[in-house]
Design a protein around this ligand. Structure first.
Ligand SMILES: [Zn+2]
Ligand SMILES: [Zn+2]
Length: 652
């Protein structure tokens, strides 16, 4: 007799990412594992007295998405503190939001907008001016960070950070001064992004309980888009083990709703070898469980190898001592069988990194050790061959979707068409994973990255890659699921819907395979399941949704606006609003579902986007002109205080 399933899904359009069985209509689940994958009858033969049956109503289902390069642990610690401009269609609305937030953020906290947006996503096609930020934030310290390019801070934040007109320019960065020599609040990376982080680090952090809440809200936000796994790439000011306490405490309590494999990122320039030698004594790759496991070293191995993708500035040439520093670290990693990942933007850097890896391999064979490059936007065919020869992989992200227009301007259309050379990497059989590199350049919304993989377009709508370097939708989905699973060595456990694999899946709002290409960006999940448990549910599945969890602190921008901008929620919100519901802090709460699966420990929550009507913001537009990018006309508006480092772009 068959085992009795906990749950059976019927009547779906389920993309399995299994070549032998592209689409099925039904799956049966027991103890978080698929026990049947096929048609309704195949699954229903596992029906018992306690089995719950869910009708998918013909909805499209995919394996849970896996972002193979996401700064999820650091992002989680700060999520409740940051106001997101991700996906906001107009600068006017973006400014409205900092204006409204300035009425809620208490002293000494700052308003922080950190990454996930590009001025080209805005209808106005321009950056905010310092004056606009000052005017909309008043006496609350405020910081707006643009890519790895610049931060704009208001006077209160200049004071709080302890900067003044005599503060010297840091190496590779510049403070802007006005005619009276006072700081304007614009700080530009030229191209060293360190000053951007240092400025950000001057703002207060959340308390422990708030960080716990913030991390859970961030995971929930990722679940909203069908993300069920991520490989964490560490980060500056993300020190092991101190800054991992929140995530490991959540893991111990079984409260993770995204599976996380994490890499350790060196924190101290010139002391990298010491960092890794210490960590090798403390923790082992693979240590942990299927929700929280250690994945080796990276993405920073040595600081001298950091080739920042600040496309607004020329490509940096790495220092001469890079090779010897990198070699020492890689030798120790290979000797101790530590898998590693390495940030690498440009082919010129990759050539030098591969020289080092090949030398180490001659002394201490890699011998199948899992390693990979992150980003690799301009990697050459020759270097892909060298990666393959050392059994490496490449994890790509949609960073150019946020700055591709600048990339075209600097390197030309032909280089852009092949950056990164996605099709070539697949053709050559090198493991390839997809992701975002969120949260400081790209947004964490995976559908923007899937859209970029499929369409080759930026968030500003510019065609960046040639059509023969774009993927069909199934290929793109494969990268984002099974492809990414290789990067934590878990491709046999997850990434496809097959008997014996983990039940991580998302039921989609729209049919990814048939919607108009532009609509891919609007897709969300209506039901996300991790390890057989419901972690997110809405629409007809709303009664399966887990418990809601209020955002703390209550003044958090997440509490007021939610995360990624959603025109969908905006519409719902407007329909649901009644005359008493005018306070921006009011949120809809989710009633606990009477759902008898094993989710006692999984008290989750629901955060509804709170949207305001778009009011046109006053701005200092003085002129506008049409520019041509890839045969498409873009209207650029000038203001009299545009960030000077963007001037280049406007002479496109
Ligand atoms: Zn990186
Ligand atoms: Zn990164």
């Amino acid at each position: 007799m068959n085992k009795e399933a906990d749950l059976i899904f019927i009547n779906g359009r389920i993309a399995t990412i299994n070549n032998n069985q592209n689409f099925v209509s039904s799956v049966a689940i027991k103890d978080g594992i698929f026990i049947a994958v096929g048609n309704n009858d195949d699954s229903l033969s596992y029906k018992g007295e306690k089995t719950k049956i869910i009708d998918l109503n013909g909805r499209t289902v995919i394996p849970g998405l896996n972002d193979s390069h996401l700064h999820i642990i650091r992002g989680g610690l700060y999520y409740n503190l940051e106001l997101r401009w991700d996906g906001i269609p107009t600068l006017a609305e973006a400014l409205n939001r900092i204006n409204e937030q300035s009425q809620h953020t208490p002293n000494p906290h700052w308003i922080r907008v950190v990454g996930g947006w590009s001025e080209l996503q805005f209808k106005e096609k321009r950056m905010p001016t310092i004056e606009e930020i000052v005017r909309n934030t008043g006496s609350v310290p405020a910081l707006v960070m643009h890519l790895y390019h610049c931060v704009m801070i208001n006077k209160k934040a200049i004071e709080a950070a302890g900067y003044d007109k005599d503060t010297p320019n840091p190496p590779g960065a510049e403070f802007e001064h006005d005619r009276s020599d006072n700081l304007t609040g614009l700080i530009t990376a030229k191209p060293a992004a360190v000053i951007l982080y240092q400025t950000l680090a001057k703002a207060p952090k959340l308390l422990y309980d708030e960080q716990i809440n913030s991390t859970r809200q961030f995971m929930y936000e990722l679940n909203r888009f069908g993300v069920t796994s991520a490989i964490d790439a560490g980060g500056g000011f993300q020190n092991y083990p101190d800054d991992y306490k929140v995530i490991s405490d959540l893991a111990k309590q079984d409260l993770l709703t995204v599976r996380i494999a994490y890499n350790l990122f060196t924190q101290r320039p010139q002391k990298e070898l010491e960092d890794f030698t210490n960590w090798i004594k403390m923790v082992k790759p693979g240590e942990g469980n299927d929700f929280y496991r250690m994945n080796g070293a990276g993405e920073m191995l040595v600081f001298s190898a950091a080739d920042y993708e600040n496309i607004l500035e020329p490509r940096p040439d790495l220092a001469k001592q890079m090779e010897s520093e990198l070699k020492e670290v890689v030798k120790v990693l290979v000797k101790n069988r530590w898998p590693f990942r390495m940030h690498a933007t440009y082919n010129e850097s990759i050539t030098r990194f591969l020289n080092v890896f090949e030398e180490v391999n001659n002394e201490i064979p890699f011998n199948g050790l899992r390693w990979f490059f992150d980003h690799a936007e301009t990697i050459s065919e020759d270097n892909i061959k060298r990666v393959k020869a050392l059994n490496g992989g490449i994890a790509i992200q949609d960073r150019l979707a946020f700055q591709g227009e600048y990339f075209i301007q600097r390197y030309g259309k032909e280089v852009s068409e092949n950056s990164p050379p996605i099709k070539k990497i697949i053709e050559m059989g090198v493991p390839l994973g997809a992701g975002t590199d969120a949260t400081r350049v790209a947004t964490y919304n995976p559908w923007i990255s899937l859209y970029w993989l499929v369409s080759g377009k930026s968030v500003g709508g510019t065609l960046l890659r040639s059509k023969n370097n774009c993927l069909d939708r199934m290929e793109a989905l494969r990268l984002y699921t099974l492809g990414s699973a290789w990067f934590s060595g878990e491709q046999n456990k997850k990434g496809s819907i097959e008997i014996g694999k983990f039940v991580d899946l998302a039921v989609l709002s729209d049919d990814y395979f048939s919607v108009e290409e532009e609509q891919i960006k609007e897709i969300e999940s209506v039901l996300t399941i991790v390890n057989g448990r419901v972690v997110y549910a809405k629409e007809e599945f709303q009664n399966l949704a887990p418990l809601s969890l209020d955002v703390i602190p209550s003044w958090s921008p997440i509490s007021i606006f939610g995360g990624y901008y959603s025109s969908r929620n905006n519409q719902n919100q407007n329909q649901n609003q009644n005359s008493n519901n005018s306070s921006s802090l009011q949120r809809q709460k989710q009633v606990t579902a009477n759902y008898n699966m094993d989710h006692n420990n999984n008290k989750n929550h629901l955060v509804k986007d709170k949207e305001k009507n778009n009011e046109n913001q006053n701005s200092s537009i003085i002129d506008s002109k049409e520019i041509n990018v890839n045969d498409k006309s873009i209207k650029i508006q000038y203001s009299n205080h545009i960030c000077p480092c963007c001037d280049d772009f406007f002479s496109f």
